[in-house]
Design a protein around this ligand. Structure first.
Ligand SMILES: NC(=O)c1ccc[n+]([C@@H]2O[C@H](COP(=O)([O-])OP(=O)(O)OC[C@H]3O[C@@H](n4cnc5c(N)ncnc54)[C@H](OP(=O)(O)O)[C@@H]3O)[C@@H](O)[C@H]2O)c1
Length: 217
């Protein structure tokens, strides 16, 4: 494969919300689901999030399972808005961080990130967003064969819309949120019969939550 094997995974409420309208998402899943997310981090060579998740959650994106290996941490951040004091930057000793930036990224934000040990890789835009194909092929050249995309909603939707997803694991928690950030946005599907179906699927319990795995490739 010319790109890494891509797994998308997220935790949602029963009505498909990833977070509240204010962006609060910690935590939707129970402890078993959190542990499962750390297994995904351990089992993939890289983990990717959008910059809004960095700004909202300030995640470390490390594997907290004893003996587990930390993945390479990847942020899609066309304007280099990742704060210098974010966990992904100040915690650079925990695992390397790569930020993909866009052609119009302010140059004054570049050098301070690089000075703190972050790798910044400029890529082109495609439909006003970072070109995911370029991101994936660059990750492949860095030796990344497996990528875990953890969110948020814009990034999950972009990977699905571009048909760059091999496997999806959705953790559904048994409560309702009502209005909030929907896990997956518009994929352009208007005819139900044309919605892409997985090659296979399975379900299992994660404590109170339900995990559903879809295999597409
Ligand atoms: N429940 C869960 O499992 C879970 C997991 C993760 C996050 N979350 C929640 O999700 C929320 C954030 O989600 P979000 O949808 O607002 O933002 P997001 O997906 O985290 O980040 C979106 C941003 O990424 C940048 N980006 C660059 N290239 C992109 C591309 N090709 N496609 C999409 N985005 C690209 C864009 O910012 P620029 O234009 O500045 O580059 C875009 O606005 C937070 O509230 C967080 O807590 C929940």
């Amino acid at each position: 494969m010319e790109r890494p094997y891509v797994t998308l995974s997220w935790a949602q409420t029963l009505d498909g919300r990833l977070a509240t309208l204010t962006g609060d998402s910690q935590w939707i899943g129970g402890p078993e689901s959190l542990n499962f997310a750390h297994q995904l981090r351990r089992d993939n060579q890289a983990i990717l999030v959008g910059v809004t998740t960095v700004l909202k959650d300030n995640p470390r994106l490390t594997c907290r399972i004893p003996g587990g290996r930390n993945p390479l941490r990847v942020v899609l951040d066309s304007q280099l808005r990742t704060p210098l004091n974010s966990a992904l930057v100040v915690g650079i000793h925990e695992a390397p961080t790569v930020i993909y930036s866009g052609p119009a990224a302010p140059q004054e934000r570049l050098q301070p990130l690089v000075n703190l040990g972050v790798t910044v890789v400029p890529v082109s835009l495609r439909q006003n967003r970072l070109d995911l194909g370029m991101v994936l092929s660059d990750l492949k050249t860095r030796g990344i064969g497996t990528l875990f995309v953890e969110g948020g909603a814009a990034v999950l939707t972009a990977f699905l819309a571009a048909d760059l997803v091999d496997r999806v694991v959705v953790v559904t928690a048994p409560f309702l949120l009502g209005k909030g950030i929907e896990a997956v946005g518009d994929l352009g599907q208007r005819i139900l019969a044309q919605a892409p179906r997985p090659l296979s699927w399975r379900r299992w319990d994660l404590g109170q939550d339900l995990a559903t795995e879809l295999i597409f490739h």
